[in-house]
Design a protein around this ligand. Structure first.
Ligand SMILES: NC(=O)c1ccc[n+]([C@@H]2O[C@H](COP(=O)([O-])OP(=O)(O)OC[C@H]3O[C@@H](n4cnc5c(N)ncnc54)[C@H](OP(=O)(O)O)[C@@H]3O)[C@@H](O)[C@H]2O)c1
Length: 347
């Protein structure tokens, strides 16, 4: 086995202490120190460097777990992360490799390349390591495949994107514009966030859902209706958008932030007959289904970043101890862009 761990160190962990039934709070987790695990044959030991924060982590905390196994009491909280290989008994990885994928809130994680979602080895790159969880991670790639393949945005389209300050929405606007959309409108909460959205490449206009009448603003900004709606929010906002879609419009269901993800079941839209009477197409997206095309998506995103068509927005907080306090902010007005926690520096 190749190895480079510090034998004096411990493995700090944040374990699920109690399953939340409403909003998640820091008290749902408990701190624990464990021994650093030894990789068995076929396993790799990774030191975690960054944790990404995703709203879907709240879904994994439900009894059902949604599209992934539910996290059990006593298990470390699952996260998307970036880490560095420190010991390996899996020939697919070498000591020093930087890797990205499913990890958990602990200093050291074990993984294997023949598992269901293996860690990917990150290419040597001249951009910040953290971008692999943002523009080249779940948010950026979901925005890319959502706009390109899900919504099939084309020149001349009027496009609306909700949660436009989020890791996904903040990039979806620039992607829609790069494909030739005529008007791209973001939806954000409050004047500061609305201003921020207008500063992002691609966005022509913004609707402040906390202060504006969304229906009135849609009438004003989209007199011929909305051709493509990237829905990150669901609930009443989706219902309002359905009424303002153009005939043959497309709706992409990416997320349901308004539900708070406290339960897997969320109420469906009341205005769903608009899908019939306007012959709308409503499609979902789950990034897993694009797993064989991720490198192509990332390459196109990199080109658009280099051309200034996309702006990478991230907020990095330091300190392992902060993980439980950051998760609830996903639902209570976090700052714009991708939220990340840096827990260690790479060697
Ligand atoms: N299907 C997939 O494969 C996939 C992949 C990635 C993400 N997603 C989904 O995409 C959505 C966005 O994720 P993200 O990582 O981009 O988000 P993010 O960075 O966590 O940002 C979420 C945004 O949602 C907005 N928001 C929160 N509660 C809201 C509410 N009640 N009504 C309206 N807006 C609200 C907030 O903006 P304001 O502060 O402006 O309110 C916040 O900026 C989530 O629903 C997530 O689950 C799906």
């Amino acid at each position: 086995m190749s190895q480079a761990t510090d034998p004096a160190a411990v493995n700090r962990q944040w374990l699920l202490a109690e399953r939340p039934t409403a909003a998640v709070t820091p008290e749902h987790f408990r701190y624990h120190e464990a021994a650093i695990p030894e990789p068995a044959e076929g396993e790799v030991l990774v030191r975690t460097l960054y944790f990404g924060f995703d709203a879907s982590q709240r879904i994994w905390l439900t009894d059902d777990g949604g599209y992934m196994p539910s996290i059990q009491i006593g298990e470390p909280m699952r996260t998307m992360g970036i880490g560095q290989v420190v010991a390996t008994r899996d020939p697919a990885y070498s000591v020093g490799d930087l890797v990205e994928g499913f990890m958990s809130w602990q200093d050291y994680v074990l993984a294997r390349s023949d598992g269901p979602m293996p860690l990917r080895v990150l290419p040597k790159a001249d951009y910040p390591l953290s971008w692999n969880l943002g523009v080249f991670g779940v948010g950026g790639l979901t925005a890319y495949f959502g706009v390109v393949d899900g919504l099939k945005v084309k020149p001349g389209d009027t496009v609306v994107i909700s949660a436009a300050t989020g890791a996904t929405g903040s990039l979806a606007g620039g992607i829609a514009k790069a494909l030739g959309a005529k008007t791209v409108i973001g939806i954000a909460g409050g004047p500061d966030k609305s201003r921020w959205v207008l500063e992002q490449p691609g966005y022509d206009a913004v609707i402040d859902y906390k202060n504006d009448d969304i229906a009135e603003r849609l009438k004003e900004l989209c007199p011929n209706g909305v051709d493509a709606y990237f829905d990150n929010v669901g609930g009443d906002m989706l219902d309002t958008l359905l009424v303002h879609m153009a005939p043959l419009g497309r709706v992409l269901i990416c997320g349901a932030m308004s539900s708070g993800y406290t339960e897997v079941q969320v109420p469906g839209p009341k205005n769903y007959m608009q899908i019939c009477t306007k012959q709308l197409t409503m499609q979902g997206i789950l990034l897993f289904f694009y797993r064989d095309q991720l490198a192509d998506g990332a390459a196109q995103l990199a080109e658009w970043v280099a051309e200034g068509r996309l702006h990478v927005a991230e907020r990095i907080i330091d300190g392992f101890e902060n993980a439980p306090a950051l998760l609830p902010t996903m639902f209570s007005g976090k700052e714009p862009g991708k939220l990340l926690l840096r827990v260690a520096d790479q060697d």
